[in-house]
Design a binder for this molecule. Sequence first.
Ligand SMILES: [Zn+2]
Length: 54
Amino acid sequence: MNEQRKYIVNIQCNQCGERFILKGRVKKGKIETGFKKCLCDNEDEFEISQEELI
Ligand SMILES: [Zn+2]
């Protein structure tokens, strides 16, 4: 992944179904969004997809 690019990250909680759309950047091969956990306190059960911002 290109570290210069920005990404739109879609996160869907597998527990409550809440969706979050965040902007992220790649750091050390991972996308950083600052997202920590869902409103329902779920911290690791997510469906995540990302697309590159052009
Ligand atoms: Zn949730």
